[in-house]
Design a protein. Structure first.
Length: 233
């Protein structure tokens, strides 16, 4: 029995010695120069990765959409700008040249008319009437310019087909038509849609709106414009 007890005690001492040796090896390994460096590098890498993750999260955060242009508010007869400064603009003409309101008023009063679409019957009648009466309009100190949402190419074809003698400006984004309050809800054959309401503005040399013709009827419209220009002197 004594022999067995001695053997058990010996085994316990051997086990404790093995554990102690293992702990000693681990302690030495952790005290090696490379071990501390690796630990620091590991910690730095973890912090860097966390920062990159945060930056990526910020970069991928949904960006608020830009505000849409605010359409000018107007009643059923369009925005009443009479007596106020006309909204400034610069739009490409049929040849792609930028034409501003200031460049138009620098030459005199401006008959600025907004129309729905090139080549259509009503718009053709209106444009040809301004074409045929341009001499009389200029005698009264006025120039003419048309604006629609058609492209510059469409304007160029329209001018060539009808031999128009004044510029047509392209407002494809409907920014200017909204500013003048002529881009509105319309209806045709029971279908509702947004479009340009036929409207004419007479703008003076000083940039002030002298008169507005809302919901224009093309027949006889040029005579109305000529009469208004005579009244303005």
């Amino acid at each position: 029995m004594a022999s067995k007890s001695k053997k058990s005690t010996g085994r316990a001492k051997t086990a404790r010695a093995a554990v102690s040796k293992t702990n000693s090896v681990k302690a030495k390994a952790s005290n090696k120069p490379g071990a501390k460096g690796k630990a620091v590098k590991s910690k730095t890498a973890t912090i860097t990765a966390a920062k990159k993750t945060e930056q990526t999260r910020k970069m991928t955060k949904p960006v608020a959409a830009p505000k849409k242009p605010i359409a000018a508010k107007g009643g059923s007869e369009g925005l009443n700008l009479t007596g106020t400064k006309a909204p400034a603009f610069a739009l490409p003409d049929q040849d792609g040249n930028q034409v501003s309101l200031d460049s138009l008023t620098a030459r005199g009063n401006v008959v600025l008319y907004f129309y729905p679409k090139d080549m259509t019957p009503g718009c053709t009648t209106e444009a040809c009437s301004f074409r045929d009466n341009l001499g009389a309009l200029r005698t009264l100190g006025a120039e003419v310019a048309g604006i629609s949402a058609d492209s510059t190419d469409s304007h160029r074809r329209f001018i060539a087909k009808q031999s128009l003698n004044f510029p047509l400006l392209s407002d494809q984004g409907n920014i200017v038509t909204k500013a003048y309050g002529v881009y509105k809800k319309k209806s045709l054959y029971g279908r509702e849609f947004m479009g340009i309401e036929r409207t004419t503005f007479i703008i003076g040399r000083d940039g002030t709106v002298k008169k507005v013709f809302p919901k224009v009827k093309v027949n006889g419209h040029t005579d109305e414009v000529l009469a208004a220009l005579k009244d303005l002197g």
